[in-house]
Design a binder for this molecule. Structure first.
Ligand code: SF4
Length: 464
């Protein structure tokens, strides 16, 4: 199975592929605008360009592609860590089993509800739930109970979490079948590194040391009733060019086998974590220039996917990266269980890793509006069953923006009324009014206006 997904020999044969033929490179960049993706050999060439003019073209195209598929919305979410117990020993992670200086905790169901309330009071409607792997203090049964508990919470405005995405360790067939019976959004697992030898080195013990169990996890998920899956690599463990080619190969495998490519691709870079040796001494650190390049290339090669950027990156850089095809972002995050309710700092030393965007959710949303993107709390697709292959049918040709853009305006309106400060309200209302005039379809424009009026009059949770 592993070789069907990632062919290391093929990737190694492509990794240094380059050309001085600028016209050929431009033809690859032009091709990406057709929204049909790119071949691995074309991606390899883009990975090896250094020419500023070509890089600029790549960056401009990435934004165009993102806007053709998803419009101007940036979907927001908050991570919710419920336990930091873990039986693995990943050398880059603060939760690793051998770190005996971290304060370990598994939140009770009541504590999870409190934490959810704190997240809701920031205006979030989506969470990404996480916990460590294969530990008696954080079992699969506990996780299922926790998901249902999160959905049950209402905040002071009567709002609740509308979509829960998950990032938990690879499951077996039976567990995926159980998971498919409860309402969840995207199930995500990062391969961390697709390079087998590196993978073995950085995952010395625990269930996670099995590369193929992890690599085949999305096949098990999609074969056992899940609809939307997310993949990712932790940049810094191995050559970023290898990881990008492998992410695209993995995407192609899922798309070809199930007709469902990755719903999301995440692109975290390693950040410092307590007692995590590789996080202090990153073996293949990716600089900002290459980071921008790889984001734009992934957007060009897998145009339909949601690309996720976390608060690991500093605010200023995040604002730049939004221009390169990012479509989902976390905001106001804490990466330790109980971190929201306790008001812990994003750089608290017991975090899974240190965060660099320390702005509150409100500040992020304010800045997103100012930069011309639409902060979105939309959860409409999974609520309406627009998932899996049905979602892909809309996303691949760029039709999904006909839902994304209206729902972004509707959910932003809710946010502005329920949670925003005066200044954000002012610029947010202006953005909504401007964006509304851009809809060419008069019937749709009328429909959105009607919904916005209903929101103004107190109705909530309306979506198309
Ligand atoms: S319409 Fe669908 S794809 Fe677009 S933001 Fe909403 S849930 Fe996401």
């Amino acid at each position: 199975m592993g070789n069907d997904i990632i062919n290391e020999n093929e990737i190694n044969s492509l990794i240094n592929k380059s050309t001085t033929d600028k016209e050929y490179i431009k033809s690859i960049l032009d091709k990406s605008l057709d929204l049909k993706g790119l071949e691995l050999n074309e991606v390899a060439i883009l990975l090896n360009i250094n020419d500023d003019e070509l890089l600029e073209m790549l960056f401009e195209n990435a934004l165009k592609i993102k806007e053709q598929i998803y419009g101007k919305r940036l979907v927001l979410f908050a991570p919710l860590y419920i336990s930091n117990y873990c039986s693995n020993n990943c050398l880059y992670c603060g939760f690793r089993a051998d770190n005996d200086e971290i304060h370990r905790i598994t939140l009770t169901i009541d504590e999870i509800k409190e934490e959810t309330k704190s997240i809701l009071e920031q205006g979030h409607k989506r969470v990404l739930m996480l916990m460590g792997e294969n530990h008696k203090n954080c079992t699969f049964d506990y996780f299922i109970e926790a998901i249902l508990a999160v959905y049950s919470v209402k905040d002071s405005k009567g709002n609740s979490i509308r979509r829960i995405n998950l990032e938990i360790a690879p499951l077996n067939d039976e567990e995926f079948k159980r998971l498919s019976q409860i309402p969840i959004g995207t199930y995500t697992v990062f391969q961390e590194t697709y390079h087998l030898e590196t993978y073995k080195k950085v995952h010395p013990s625990g269930k996670k040391s099995d590369y193929y169990w992890r690599l085949s996890c999305m096949d098990r998920a999609l074969s056992n009733g899940l609809h939307d899956v997310g993949i990712g690599a932790l940049f810094g463990l191995y050559d970023y060019r290898f990881e990008v080619l492998a992410l695209i190969a993995h995407s192609n495998h899922l798309d070809k086998t199930y007709g469902i490519g990755p719903h999301t691709i995440s692109i975290p870079r390693i950040k410092p974590a307590k007692n995590a040796p590789l996080s202090q001494n990153v073996p293949y650190a990716v600089n900002d220039k290459n980071f921008k390049k790889l984001i734009a290339i992934l957007r060009s090669a897998v145009p339909y996917t949601g690309m996720i950027l976390s608060t690991r990156e500093p605010a200023e850089l995040r604002n730049e990266l939004f221009q390169l095809g990012i479509s989902q972002i976390s905001a106001g995050s804490r990466t330790n269980p109980g971190g929201y309710k306790q008001g812990l700092s994003p750089t608290d030393e017991d975090s899974q890793f240190h965060l660099n965007d320390c702005r509150s959710s409100g500040e992020v949303i304010h800045d997103v509006i100012k930069s011309g993107f639409i902060p979105s709390f939309c959860t409409s697709c999974y609520r309406l069953g627009r998932v899996g292959g049905d979602f892909m049918e809309q996303a691949k040709p760029g039709l999904i923006k006909l839902f994304c853009q209206p729902n972004a305006l509707i959910t932003l309106k809710e946010y502005l009324i329920d949670y925003a400060d005066q200044e954000t309200k002012k610029i947010g209302e202006k953005l909504i009014a401007e964006e509304l005039t851009k809809f060419e379809n008069e019937a749709l424009k009328r429909k959105i206006s009607e919904i916005l009026n209903k929101i103004e009059n107190g109705e909530r949770d309306i979506y198309i």
